[in-house]
Design a protein around this ligand. Structure first.
Ligand code: NCD
Length: 337
């Protein structure tokens, strides 16, 4: 794909070579994310960060990534504070906001909404999550994390064994990640959910068509015993017609250190897109895993910053200029201690 000026709406746009381009660009962003150097390569550019649904890390990391490249960020948070509540169409909103921005990140509760918005936008639009459909930047940072974690163990994405656990029906991160895995070879995917929250058939079919081995189960213990990555997810209560129905599934697949020790191979990596539901009745990833060095959830969030920087650098076509606009950082930086 040609990144310059492209909307990023779905993982389906990517080929394997594009992922390599993105990941090797992300590698080069690390000194800037760690504030060892600063670059002003996006000076004068404005990101419109439009989040019409709850978000912490996606919104802040997109904004921080843009700032770290020297650009500025304007935000709108919550549909209730925008003109969408006055009946304005997504397409009109897009016409307006694209006049104020050079690139837009958008999250919206409706599947397909970001693509509709993008069709009327005059600047590139990145999908920050459209309902239960897709969350492409999350899948990209997840796969980048998987690559790094496996590399440290002498392994590669090809040949990966992964268990995806929890709400696979409404979880957009596992939808995008499944699509992404179809670009690789010889993967074993174990899908763990209650039958009512199973991965939609189209994603399963795509994995099988790619030649991958797919196993479907309801047993956490069984699923985590022969994998490299355990990818846990939250029950997406906001997608349920009747939220109380979500209570039926909350806490169904708890992972703690005792279960990990008993069932996982040594050095199995634990991932989660976050937020993990840490309420007592859910406790998806127990706090006693926090001292387990294989818990990669905060390496995921750190990687999110550099992958999003790379996306911006490629979309705004400055990836090759980042160093030319860079300089050293004079201020005290606790990261360098
Ligand atoms: C995810 C999302 O919004 O889909 N969060 C995120 O962006 N990291 C997962 C979730 O909310 O459960």
């Amino acid at each position: 794909m040609d990144f310059a000026g492209a909307h990023i709406l779905s993982i389906e746009q990517f080929e394997r070579g594009d992922i390599d381009t993105l990941f090797r660009t992300a590698d080069r962003m690390e000194p800037f994310a760690q504030r060892r150097r600063v670059t002003r390569v996006l000076e004068g550019a404005i990101l419109g960060n439009m989040f019409f649904e709850a978000s912490t890390r996606t919104r802040i990391s997109f904004g921080s990534a843009f700032n770290l490249l020297g650009g500025e960020v304007r935000e709108s948070v919550g549909a209730e504070s925008s003109s969408l509540v006055k009946g304005e169409s997504l397409r009109d909103t897009a016409r307006v906001l694209s006049g104020y921005s050079d690139v837009i990140c958008m999250r919206h509760p409706q599947a397909g909404s970001v693509a509709e918005f993008a069709s009327a936008s005059r600047v590139p639009v990145i999908n920050g999550g459209d309902g239960s459909n897709e969350h492409p930047s999350q899948a990209l940072l997840d796969l980048y994390t998987i690559e790094r974690e496996l590399q440290a163990r002498g392994r590669h994405i090809d040949g990966l064994r992964i268990a995806m656990i929890g709400d696979l029906k409404y979880g957009r991160t596992v939808h995008s990640l499944s699509k992404l895995l179809t670009l690789y070879r010889n993967i074993r995917v174990v899908l763990v959910s209650p039958p009512e929250l199973a991965m939609p058939e189209a994603y399963v079919e795509a994995l099988r068509t790619a030649g991958h081995e797919v196993e479907v189960t309801e047993s956490l213990e069984q699923s985590i015993s022969r994998v490299d990555i355990v990818y846990s997810t939250r029950i997406q209560e906001e997608r349920f017609q009747d939220r109380s129905q979500a209570d039926l599934y909350r806490g169904r697949f708890r992972l703690n250190q005792a279960i990990y020790t008993r069932h996982c191979e040594p050095n199995t990596v634990i991932m989660h897109p976050l937020p993990r539901d840490s309420r007592a009745e859910a406790n998806e990833l127990d706090a006693d895993l926090d001292s387990n060095p294989n818990l990669a959830i905060f390496r995921q969030t750190d990687n999110g910053l550099i992958v999003r920087m790379a996306l911006f650098a490629l979309i705004l076509d400055v990836a090759h200029l980042v160093d030319q606009y860079a300089r050293e950082v004079p201020w005290f930086n606790h990261r360098n201690r």
